[in-house]
Design a protein around this ligand. Structure first.
Ligand code: MN
Ligand code: MN
Length: 456
């Protein structure tokens, strides 16, 4: 009797069949490929479209006709992707919606980045998202992005991912001269203006006007046809050059750049592509700009989601307000895994434990639940029932101790449109570090949770 009354969190290893664990290990192999091919939102949109087309999705543009049975994707400026599959039931029954973000903290280039000093060529940078600056120095970086030239052409750049490519680097201070810096608080020891990327040191031999900067411009012009003023209309960033790798003797975890939030985007996407019951209308949004507040036309605060719902209503004979009221959303974003090395910032009973499955976070925000979507108990009750049907292993958690900090997700930008929304995601170790870690079984339970969500 007492066993039936009490609730104890258990790991996937204790609860799941061996076949589930084996499937989790093989699912992780494809996820690692997705991580390596998609280190920026641009690249994630591209590889997600390629994957969707294999599953019969085709491009949708605003104003196109929408019919029952359609499997479509909408590419928003190459940085944000909407995928939807129109089910057979009336559209007024609502949409099963998932939203994850595909931008990650990184080092962006400024618009006038190139200079030389002290025998070295550099790019000036402006970091993107919540980074801890000390983690980004003295580590190999790759350069990704696009350069939009004045003639209308766009050059894509990706250097540092191939084994034969050069990499880039941010200089660190040697400990021998670091006495003063070592006494500074961690958040003040590095200045944003010191995060300059080392990009060259050679002089060109065949020029009268001789400089490191000119030599770099010559190389860039030969390879990409760009000139210095083309940086003015470029979006270039440096990200860790390291590839996704298994962590541990037992290979149970994955280390990679950008788990936040591709570890949720990938299951949200693949579950949508594979869900084939065809009854509900399903949608997956891969959003941009979450790490900087979801602003801009490619962020979740844009009205684009409403535009697409309105188009669905107009084409399928529905009422947008009714569609929204009957829709359900999983805001798919990561949670912090309880870390015994930093146990004092976690409240263990309500923290996400590694390998205990996908995490539901009823509320995010900070202090007295400020700035949060606080999911309805009834909605969580419904989710419990569908996850139980499919034996999905999940846990409930919040980020850390109540007064230690906090964070937000896109949940509140969706729920404000009268759509029941809850945060669901994968626990991450060292969130926002250049190399984060997750557990393969948690990733797989996120995928199984989304499959159940799209189905029931
Ligand atoms: Mn996130
Ligand atoms: Mn984040």
């Amino acid at each position: 009797m007492s066993n039936e009354l009490t609730y104890t969190k258990k790991t996937v290893y204790e609860l799941a069949d061996k076949s589930v664990i084996d499937a989790a290990m093989s699912y992780a192999e494809d996820y690692k490929k997705y991580l390596d091919a998609g280190k920026t939102e641009h690249e994630c949109v591209k590889i997600s479209i390629a994957l969707a087309e294999k599953y019969g999705f085709s491009e949708y543009k605003l104003g196109d006709k929408i019919s029952h049975g359609d499997r479509k994707y909408f590419n928003n400026r190459g940085k944000n992707l909407f995928l939807f599959s129109v089910g057979s039931e009336p559209i007024n029954n609502g949409i099963r919606l998932t939203a994850a973000h595909i931008d990650s903290p990184r080092i962006d280039l400024k618009q006038c980045p190139l200079y030389e000093e002290g025998g070295m060529g550099f790019f000036k940078t402006h970091y993107y998202g919540g980074i801890r600056k000390y983690q980004w120095v003295a580590t190999p970086l790759s350069l990704h992005g696009v350069v939009a030239k004045a003639d209308g052409s766009v050059v894509e750049i990706c250097i540092g991912e191939d084994e034969n490519d050069p990499v880039f680097y941010i200089n660190d201070l040697l400990p021998h001269l670091g006495q003063k810096q070592s006494k500074a608080p961690l958040g003040e020891a590095f200045d944003g203006e010191q995060l300059n990327i080392l990009i060259g040191s050679a002089l060109s031999s065949d020029e009268e006007e001789n400089s490191i900067k000119l030599n770099i411009l010559k190389i860039l012009n030969e390879k990409y046809g760009i000139k210095e003023d083309d940086f003015l209309s470029a979006e270039l960033c440096a990200v860790p050059a390291a590839k996704a790798r298994d962590i541990g003797f037992d290979r149970s975890m994955i280390g990679a750049y950008g788990h936040d939030d591709r570890v949720c985007a990938y299951p949200a996407l693949t579950a949508l592509l594979e869900a084939t019951d065809g009854i509900h209308t399903t949608m997956c949004i891969l959003a941009d700009k979450e790490e900087t507040g979801s602003d801009g036309p490619s962020g979740m605060q844009s009205e684009l989601m409403l535009d697409i719902i309105n188009e669905m209503a107009a084409n399928l004979g529905g009422n947008p307000a009714v569609i929204r009221a009957n829709s359900k959303c999983l805001s798919a974003d990561v949670s912090a895994a309880f870390d015994p090395n930093f146990a004092d910032v976690f409240e263990k009973r309500n923290s996400a434990l590694l390998s205990c499955g996908v995490v539901f976070t009823k509320f995010t925000g900070s202090r007295g639940k400020s700035g949060t979507n606080d999911a309805n108990a009834e909605y969580i009750g419904w989710l419990r029932s569908i996850l139980a049907n499919d034996g999905v292993i999940w846990q409930a958690a919040e980020l850390g101790k109540v007064d230690c900090g906090g964070g937000g997700t896109v949940a509140k930008y969706i729920s404000k449109h009268n759509i029941d929304t809850i945060d669901l995601g994968v626990p991450v170790i060292s969130m926002h570090a250049p190399y984060e870690a997750i557990s393969k079984v948690d990733l797989y339970e996120a995928y199984r949770a989304m499959l159940a969500f799209y189905k029931y």
